[in-house]
Every structure is written in structure tokens, then in C-alpha cells.
Design a protein around this ligand. Sequence first.
Ligand code: G6P
Length: 614
Amino acid sequence: MCGIVAYIGKKEAYPIIIKGLQRLEYRGYDSAGIALLDNGELNVYKKQGKVSMLSNYAETQNTKGNSGIGHTRWATHGLPNDVNSHPHTSTNGDISVIHNGIIENYAPIKAELISRGYTFQSETDTEVLVHLIDDALKQEKVNLSEAVRLALQNVVGAYAIVVISKDYPNQLVAARKSSPLVVGIGSEGDFYLASDATPIIEYTKQVVYLNDEEIAIVDLNEGLKIINIANQEKTAYVQELEMHLEALEKGGYEHFMLKEIHEQPRSIRDCFRGRLNVEEGWVALGGIKDYEQKLLNAQRLIMIACGTSWHACLVGEYLIEDLARINVEVEYASEFRYRNPIINENDIVIALSQSGETADTMAALTLAKSKGATILGICNVVGSSISRITDAGSYTHAGPEIGVASTKAFTAQVTVLTLLALRLAYKKGTITRKKFQSIIQELDAIPEKVQRILEKDKMIEEIAAVYKDSKNALYLGRGSSFPVALEGALKLKEISYIHAEGYPAAEMKHGPIALIDEEIPVFVIATKGTSYEKVVSNIQEVKARKGKIIAIVTEGDTQVKEIADHVIEIPDTDENLVPLLATIPLQLLSYHISVMRGCNVDQPRNLAKSVTVE
Ligand code: G6P
């Protein structure tokens, strides 16, 4: 999400930090900021936009100093402007903090701090951290690292932070929980801190990866000390970096797409973090709560999107209609806007968009708004155009997606729509308490199940090798696995340039069956559930015509195994959640086929990540 970097030692900190931020820019580029300690002065510079905007500005100022912290932001709380940029600084200007993550309970902490006289400059969740640290220093009369430890005890959520203070010129204090942080140990008694090793590798190969709830104190006189939140001293395990700079920029993966596929256990969890509570048995989407009653009263919902996001809408249609019993119409944004659609002030139009910038989706929303409809957005990029023009919405929190072929953004969109369907169903009473509880429990287990599928990567690669030279491919599914089939076909065609079509399994006999011969791979989602037997029949129809079957089945399946050429097992889950799992092997298959065909996986020909033209 955000990138953080820091340095303390004998060198000039500014060039190291700026270069480091550029390397971390893939993690977010809404804004950037830096705090440098020079002769007792803490100079803080922050700019909306890319790191180059910050450096252009900072270089007109004093950039001296042998210690500093820097941040490149992917906005979560608060618009991407100068004020919301990190570092955030205490009111007296003595302490600055950079943070990657989300402080989930920032609102009550903020209210409490305000009631005790603290003033806030930004809309961020992070600013509570700097005031909490400042407060602990004053109230508890402790040193900086202890103040950080006490402050973090109040915090729920994810964080990687680095703290710099005027009063501790020889020290930086860092901590992590759920967000990454690496300490680089320099050869001159100096230290580097960063979200990943990218900014560090050209200076040192000796690194320590902090574990969750660990605090690192780097001190020019005392060296590196690690304690945990419970104040126990921990051993620093120094590792030798073996990776090349280029690879590290992709977090060790060969391509951004592969990295993003592998990030899904985390991105799905980030998406439902704070919105799902299994113990207490609730689901909530804070961003749209003001429109909840309208959603519950709605006769129909219209969902609009393009590309992969449109496929997520289709999954949403199955979920919302089945669970919440509200009629959903899914429209291509580009079609909707030009066909004089019937919409009025009773309608709710929901736009799905990873980038939040897609021109057709924007235009369709503008049209709906002009007709008086309520417009809601589900976007990944915070502060994007769609998130700004909509009445309300929910972010997917998948983190920056760099590979043009969408992967983790899709599963995050499906996660938000699942939460929406569950919330509406719960409020309308259209599902039993027992069923609701069982689905949210299953949803909570999805990240771990996605991880289990990712561990089958080698086997999936072997299947990919068999079909890499295909000219055509067919993808079949029924129910909410039909949009998964569409998405599987889109992934294959966009990155490997193999012609692929997704079809509802039963529709195959109305046309695509004519394509079937011994050359064509047919990918079928045949997981257990309502239409399992019907899908098995469709598989038989393909086999009778000598087609090759690659089936995604539920663990333990025996029936499909007997007839398919290859099976990929996925863990059992609630039928409504199958899209979140069945998508994963299809992403990996497309990825490997694309690599084997020598295609540009991350930047496929003729495509763009964000389509801002009609
Ligand atoms: C482009 C991208 C796709 C994406 C589509 C919609 O075609 O290559 O990956 O699904 O735009 O983008 P959006 O940002 O609105 O989800």
C-alpha cells in the first residue's frame, strides 16, 4: 500500500531516502513526504503526487541531515493531498512518524485525544500515532522507544512505522504488525529501514526482517535492539540478501502479476478487515451506511463496469439476488450510457472500478446522476474520480495493482460484494442467522484457503505447459462460476493472445460445441454444489467429442476425476464463495501460459491499466 524508508548514519540521508522512495513507488504514488533531522531541526516536506514532485520541491529547501524518514503514500483514510501526506508531526514539531497500514480504531482514539486538547491537522488514521507517542512521552515520562511501545498497545490494525525525534538525534524507532519492515545493517554503523529491501540493497546485503509486534531501536551508539510489544528482548536474525535489485522491485517475483496473484490471501483479508466479525456475528460496510436504508428498500440495483470489474458485478448479481433477494441488473458501462436507459430517482446505480478512472464507467455514472439516481462506487484507488463523484462507496483495499491484467483487484471486488450481499440479507432477514453465521465464518477462512491453492502453483504450471500452444480455449461454469469462466477466458486472451471464450456450461451446446475437437482445452469449474451433476453431464458432452477437460473441483472429488484429463482441487467452501477460490488457479494457468509463450505478462500489447478514453 504505502512505501516507507529511513536512514540514520554518517551519510547524507536525503539522497538515500529519495532514491528509496522512487524504488517503492509501485506501492503507491498519491503523495510523498520526508522528514530530515539537521542540527536539532526537524525539516518536513510533503507533496501530493509522485516522488519527483517531492524532490523538485525539497531540493529548493534544506535537505541536509544524517537521519531522516520518507514515505510514498497510497491513500486509505483522507484525500491524497499535501496535508494528509506523511510524515505526520507532533504539535510541538518534535516528533515525526511515517506509517504503512490502517489503524482500525483510530476514530475513538482521535476523539479521546481531541477531548484532552490535541489538535489534528489531517484526516488520516496515522496522525493518532504521533499524538499517542507524544502523549506517552509527556504523561509517562519514558524514553522514545518506550513511548512508541506504549502507544502501540492502544492500536488495533496494521502498521509498519518509523519514528524520528529531535530529542533522540542518534536514534530511529520502528515497529511492525501485518505490514512489512526490513532493517538494513550498514558497514559504517549506519542503518536503513524500509518496506522492502529495494531501497537498501545497494548499500548493504545484511538485513533483519522484523516480525509482527516487534519494535526495532536503531541507535548510532548502541546498535540495533529488538523488543516486542510485551517488552521482551528479541534476537535479531541477520540475513544475507541474495536477490537482484530488479527482482526486489517486484517483491522477489518475476512479474507484478505473479506477485499480485500471490498477494491475494493478504488483499482479501485487508478488504474485509474491520468489516467482518465472526465472534460477534456481524458484517458492516461503513462507507455506505448512510444509504443502507435506500438499498434495503430498492426494487432493483443497477451495477455498471468494464472488463474484469464487469465480471465481478456478475458475481455480485448472483450473490445479492440469492442472499438478499434484491433484483440486480448488470450493465456494460459503455452500453448503458448510449441506450437511453430507464432510470429515475428510486434507482441505485453501483459502479465497480479498480482504477476509479475508467471513462465509460464515469460517463455512465454521470448520466445516472443526472437522472436523479443514487450513485455508489466500489473502487480500489482512493481519491479516484469515481470515488469522488459518487454519493458514497466502499474501497476494496487491495493495494496498488500494477500488472495490467487484474487479479487481486477482482477478488477484492468480489469480497466487497459478498459483504454487501450478506449485510443486506442480514438486515432484510432473507437468510437465517445460522446461514449468515456459517457464510461469514467461511469468508474469514478464505485467505487461508487461497493460500492453499497458491501452493499448487508447480502442478498448475505443468498443466499450463500441456496447453501453451493452443489456438483456442473454452471456459465453462454455471451459477456464480459462470462469471468466473468469463474472467478465466479474459485472463488467458489478454496476456497470452490465445482466443478464449467463457460460456455458461449449458449454453455450450448452442454453438461453442462446434469448436470442440481433440486440440481444444476446455476449462470447467465443476465444484460441488447445486449444479454439480449438470456440469458433470456437460463435461461428458465435451469428452464425447474428444475435447480436453481441465476441471476445477472440490477437494476429495472422485466423479470428475475419472473423466477429466486434469483436475485442480480447491478447498471446500460455501457455494456462494466459490468464485473467490476458483478464480485463483485460472489466474495462475493464464500467467504460466503467457510466460511460456514469451508474452509481456505485465504490459500486454494494446492494453492499458486505466482506460480513460471512451
Ligand atoms: C482495463 C484493464 C482491465 C480492467 C478494465 C476496467 O481494460 O486492463 O484490467 O478490468 O480496464 O478498469 P477499472 O479500473 O474500471 O476496473
